[in-house]
Design a binder for this molecule. Sequence first.
Ligand code: CMC
Length: 428
Amino acid sequence: MTNTRSLKLIENEQTLCELPVLAGSTGPNVLDVQSLYKHTGMFTYDPGFTSTASCSSAITYIDGEAGILLYRGYPIEQLAEHSTFLEVCYLLLHGELPDKAELSTFEHNITMHTMVHDQVNLFFRGFRRDAHPMAIMVGVVGALSAFYHDAMDIHSKEDRLMCAIRLIAKVPTIVAMCHKYSTGLPFMYPKNKLNYVENFMRMMLATPCDEFEPNPVLVKALDRILILHADHEQNASTSTVRLAGSSGANPFACITAGIACLWGAAHGGANEAVLNMLLEIDDVSRIGLYINKAKDKNDPFRLMGFGHRVYKNYDPRAKIMRETCHEVLSELGLHDDKLFKLAMELERIALEDDYFISKKLYPNVDFYSGIVLHALGIPSKMFTAIFAMGRTIGWISHWDEMIADPEQKIGRPRQLYTGQTQRELPLK
Ligand code: CMC
């Protein structure tokens, strides 16, 4: 981070203060307002953080106008084409791609931590069978805080790495358990000879009655979904993890805060909402009705899977996921399926509609990932939990970066108060 110049804040020809302009390695500069209150008695006001950089970070770079997404400098397109999810996890966590030996050790360490403590199994029984998987995830991942005291010194690099490995390894097991619990099927224990994604698919979709045969096209598709969801700089859930972690809280609890934030339909809940929306539209003949609802200012309905806070021209992840979507549909012979035809027609109409073009509302990654997950036979209630599984590495990498930062302090935003000014309690 370099100090390039400063900007003066002037009122009635009087300089109130001079604020440094800081430059990163690429992307917009930032105005450092840390001294603003001291000099002027004013705070900045930016609800939704549309113009605020909450931290400096070396993990992920996004250029929303150009549709660029880089993990540690590497374009998402190249990572999706040539890397596995676990390589991407190593890259995000350590800053560099692993060599062969490093990758093999990392994969081994993850595999050795996929089982959850046997008592974790008991937690599930406390939930209703019809509980939403994200509700169970919040409870069970949070409960991990109570299990791993042996490596919990957040100021130790080794302990932080151990927490990261445990989370990357155990979250898929917990996601699969959520699914099995809700369907009344037995939990499937991890199988060490399978790779990360194969193992997850087996825990999720197989039963003890049959052998599991991984289909490489479907395994690759799920691996890609995880890569594309692995990180997205200071999004709502990652910022939540950072804020929770800034007080020095337990890392498992911080990741749980991220899971809670991800659940909302404007964030990770969108992939599930896409499927529900397609089921509600039901028929190609009704698309026009829903497009009109989306355009109607008085109707809260939004076309799920369209639009993005940062990508205003296209979402580079959506482009990759669209290709994967077609690969999966071909592999499974589903191109003529009613739901997929409906999705493709909705995509076509929205891309040609003036409202969506003028507001730059393109299909985002979750439009296609929802369709792919549905094709894989994963129920829509599980979609956001799978997003959480991919994003866990992003959350933990940001948490680790923040804790290691010598300038780290508790996050404590201020406000513009609009309530009652001081008044006296009425006498009784
Ligand atoms: N359907 C219809 N209109 C929309 C949509 C949509 N999906 N998204 C935005 N708009 C309109 C919105 O009504 C507003 O219109 P106006 O300027 O007339 O008031 C304009 O477009 C700008 O929308 P905004 O809500 O101010 O934009 P935002 O940047 O705050 O919101 C968003 C981004 C993703 C929350 C929003 O586009 C949305 O709700 N999309 C649907 C949900 C969705 O697919 N979310 C997944 C995002 S990708 C996964 C992730 O990274 O978490």
